[in-house]
Design a protein around this ligand. Structure first.
Ligand SMILES: [Fe+2]
Ligand SMILES: [Fe+2]
Length: 238
């Protein structure tokens, strides 16, 4: 179980609250997939799954554009993208190192590689969601979704949830610490506003309202306090 958050020292610390909301939603959807193994209608699972994917895709693409994107530009000595990918392939030892939450000794190009990995993990998550979506589109029209398919579906959803949890752990241990070091308070407020408020949507609050719902009252208050801090910032134009 994730621990309670009692304060946000930097605006980016709200990431942990957002990831908490994803934890709750993912486990709920996984529970629906597990329950559907016994038979019955898949509609509730499908609705939950689609909402999860919608939130996850918005979260990941906003991070790619406004979090890891700018961080990469601020790495003057960074190598090209291909080298990063190569490096990541050999970086398992570093991942273990990061698991301890200590990023101090990392070289700049390794840091850049970890950022690239963050973006790659987003792609993997989307691929995983697409596979599940394909099973659903294929099966939903049939009169009876067989037990084996349901088991397969459950397994895929669990895999995706594990991929997501691992990704959050990496991001919190590595990327968030870079944001804390390299982005000003104002830049962080701009970033977290984009993550929480979708100005392009008919209902711009579709993310923040959902996150609030998933949180405990004291954490909800932290989110509300943060919102008053970024409320005045305009993110409409790039
Ligand atoms: Fe995130
Ligand atoms: Fe992410």
């Amino acid at each position: 179980m994730m621990e309670d958050i009692t304060r946000l020292d930097s605006p980016i610390d709200v990431m942990v609250l957002m990831h908490k909301a994803f934890h709750a939603l993912s486990l709920r959807v996984e529970g629906l997939a597990a329950a559907s193994e016994k038979g019955g209608d898949l509609t509730e699972f499908q609705k939950g799954f689609e909402f999860w994917v919608k939130q996850l895709v918005y979260h990941a693409t906003t991070e790619d554009d406004y979090m890891t994107g700018p961080l990469k530009n601020s790495q003057p000595a960074r190598d090209n993208e291909t080298e990063h990918v190569e490096l990541v392939k050999h970086a398992t030892g570093i991942v273990e190192f990061l698991g301890k939450g200590d990023t101090a000794g990392l070289e700049a190009n390794v840091k850049a590689a970890m950022i690239t990995m963050d973006e790659q993990q987003h792609e993997e998550l989307v691929d995983s969601a697409k596979e599940i979506q394909e099973i659903l589109t294929r099966e939903m029209g049939r009169d009876k979704v067989i037990t084996r398919t349901r088991r397969h579906l459950y397994r895929k959803v669990m895999d995706m949830r594990i991929l997501e949890f691992d990704h959050f752990e990496n991001e919190e241990a590595f990327v968030c610490s870079l944001v804390r070091d390299q982005m000003s308070e104002q830049q962080q407020l701009d970033l977290v506003k984009r993550l929480l408020v979708d100005e392009s949507a008919e209902d711009p609050r579709w993310v923040i309202d959902w996150v609030a719902e998933e949180l405990k009252p004291n954490e909800r208050q932290l989110l509300a306090d943060l919102e008053t801090r970024f409320a005045g910032i305009s993110t409409a134009a790039d």
